[in-house]
Design a protein around this ligand. Structure first.
Ligand SMILES: Cc1ncc(C[n+]2csc(CCOP(=O)(O)OP(=O)(O)O)c2C)c(N)n1
Length: 567
């Protein structure tokens, strides 16, 4: 039955039909009709952020944790442009986000009206799709289409720009047309596109390889292909590497788990890649942080590349077999062709590459000690959302991830300021489970205003600041490649315990190892948001490190090897 409603009411109903339960946003002139309608729809919980960038990251975090599109809302002009970094972050990491922006009224468009910005033009390169809605009758289908496009195939962000008068325009609501959301996929998800012979060829390469490796990326997590990956690894004995966004796609404690590859990957992982004769890439794009210099990447290896986005196959590395499809579906088709084998000799060889871990920490309050304490206190049930920098690499490499999809970070864009707002989205998607946002003192200060959002909305994120007094990762590059000229990297911080107090939340400062357990236990027991500052060693470095432009065979493994080059 058709009803007549305003554009805003239609928008709200369409969001509800898509299964939306929470939106992150910030009001303003051009989106006021939507905010006027919102209270009529109590099923839509609105979380008022303190900056629209945080709304986009929170929607992204919600999506990564739930597998369903996250939604953010902003007004025209500055509200919309503040979403940009968050949308670019979601785009680079293939996260389904639906952004709704107000636009000036149609009659004002193109006249440089107050708060008019061409947000479609601005976001076109950083969204999967962006659309200006020009009439109320488009809204219902446009919302359905937005969720479908955001979630189907390789997920990504979609933006709907809705002029203010269209939000007020009356139009018809039909309803009942939306497909219920199905966890990042729907019936139109790309059907695997490859010849059966390609599967057989992949199986043959897997049976014949002497030094094979599985490289698991974000696609494993997005597809939920955990059991299939595990069967493939256990049936063949092939060691598993997890990329930054593939972490927690395979149990860290599994004897076949090798670790992270690439720029800050483990020496034995990179060496294994260089010695390998077959790389089975699952749901990844072989980005430059993983491959290092492409000319020197895994020169003896054939590559089987399983990837939903066909444009990724052959883009960075030549492939012997490309299998286009959802990782889980492809593995389900491949597994019946895979016979048991083992890789014992190869695994022994790799074991010989393993180096004792040397992060060269002089202080006892090491990242490892902190991360172990967090892991112990949460019984392995927590989700870790990291920011960008040195701490991100420690969090990637040193935490013991026990649950699928328990590590969330900005990989492709490397967006500082991501962790705190994204963790809000994760906490709302996973109520009752502990969520830690781990940031450096730089990235934390980029979005720490969101503590207010957590307090107002009762979002219980546990925030950790690894305070080294520097923009650590950039300082490390300056140490190694710019003759130790620490230009613009020392960074002052406020008193975080007092900051917590000012927001009315618990705050702890941990200066030495004997304070660690008490502070973490206090944070774990805290029902609301809590802030813990860890005074870590100021000039600790992340090792190993592949120098920019270097190949995986050229790691810098410690201070002693510090080249005194000035780039
Ligand atoms: C928005 C943004 N600006 C700049 C950078 C460049 N950048 C990468 S890591 C880094 C330093 C991060 O410092 P901090 O947050 O203190 O973390 P640490 O490296 O010390 O762990 C910077 C400035 C970035 N990734 N994102």
């Amino acid at each position: 039955m058709t009803e007549t409603l305003t554009g805003s009411q239609i928008l709200c109903r369409a969001l509800l039909e898509e299964g939306v339960d929470v939106l992150f946003g910030y009001p303003g002139g051009a989106i006021m009709p939507f905010y006027h309608a919102l209270p009529e729809f109590p099923g839509l919980r609105h979380v008022l952020v303190r900056h629209e960038q945080a709304a986009a990251h929170a929607a992204d975090g919600y999506a990564r944790a739930s597998g369903r599109a996250g939604v953010c809302v902003a007004t025209s002009g500055p509200g919309a442009t503040n979403l940009v970094t968050g949308l670019a972050t979601a785009n680079m990491d293939s996260t389904p986000v639906v952004a709704i922006t107000g636009q000036v009224a149609r009659a004002m468009m193109g006249r440089d009206a107050f708060q008019e910005t061409d947000i479609i033009g601005i976001t076109q390169p950083i969204t999967k799709h962006s659309r200006l809605i020009e009439d109320v009758e488009e809204i219902e289908d446009a919302v359905r289409e937005a969720f479908q496009v955001a979630q189907e195939g390789r997920p990504g962000p979609v933006l709907l720009d809705i002029p203010k008068d269209v939000q007020n325009q009356r139009g018809s609501w039909t309803g009942g047309r939306a497909d219920r959301r199905t966890g990042g996929k729907d019936s139109t998800t790309a059907v695997p596109a490859y010849r059966p012979a390609a599967l057989e060829e992949a199986a043959r390469l897997i049976a014949e390889a002497e030094r094979p490796l599985i490289m698991a990326g974000h696609g494993v997590v997005l597809a939920g292909a955990y059991p299939e990956l595990r069967v493939l690894a256990e049936r063949t004995g092939i060691p598993v590497i997890t990329t930054l966004l593939g972490i927690s796609g395979f149990p860290e404690s599994h004897p076949l788990h090798l670790g992270m590859p690439g720029m800050h990957g483990e020496v034995h992982v990179n060496r294994a890649i260089q010695q390998s004769d077959l790389i089975i890439g699952l749901g990844l794009r072989f980005d430059d942080r993983v491959t290092g210099n492409l000319a020197g990447f895994a020169r003896g290896a054939k590559v089987i590349h399983v990837e939903l986005d066909s444009s990724e196959i052959g883009k960075n590395v030549p492939v012997a077999v490309g299998l286009v499809g959802d990782v889980r579906e492809v593995l389900c088709s491949l597994l019946p062709l895979i016979s048991p084998r083992n890789c014992d000799a190869w695994r022994r060889e790799i074991a010989g590459f393993v180096r004792p871990r040397d992060e060269s920490f002089r202080a006892d309050l090491s990242p490892q000690a902190i991360l172990d304490a967090i892991s112990d206190a949460s019984d392995g049930r927590c989700t870790i959302v990291s920011d960008v920098g040195q701490h991100q690499m420690w969090v990637a490499k040193l935490f013991r991830y026990q649950r699928p999809n328990s590590h969330i970070t900005s990989g492709g864009l490397g967006t500082m300021g991501f962790a705190v707002p994204a963790a809000m989205g994760v906490a709302l998607a996973r109520p009752g489970l502990p969520v830690w946002a781990i940031s450096g003192d730089g990235g934390f200060q980029m979005n720490m205003q969101e503590i207010a959002t957590m307090v107002q909305e009762g979002i219980p994120v546990k925030m950790a600041v690894f305070n080294n007094g520097y923009l650590g990762m950039v300082r490390q590059w300056q140490q190694f490649f710019h003759g130790k000229r620490y230009s613009a990297t020392p960074i002052w911080s406020p008193n975080y315990v007092k900051l917590a107090e000012a927001y009315g939340i618990a705050g702890h400062r941990v200066e030495s190892i004997d304070q660690l357990e008490g502070a973490i236990a206090g944070a774990a027991a805290e029902p609301g948001p809590v802030l813990v500052e860890f005074m870590i060693e100021q000039e600790a470095n992340v090792f190993p490190m592949i120098p920019p432009g270097g190949s995986l065979s050229e790691p810098i493994e410690g201070e002693a090897a510090t080249p005194l080059v000035s780039a």
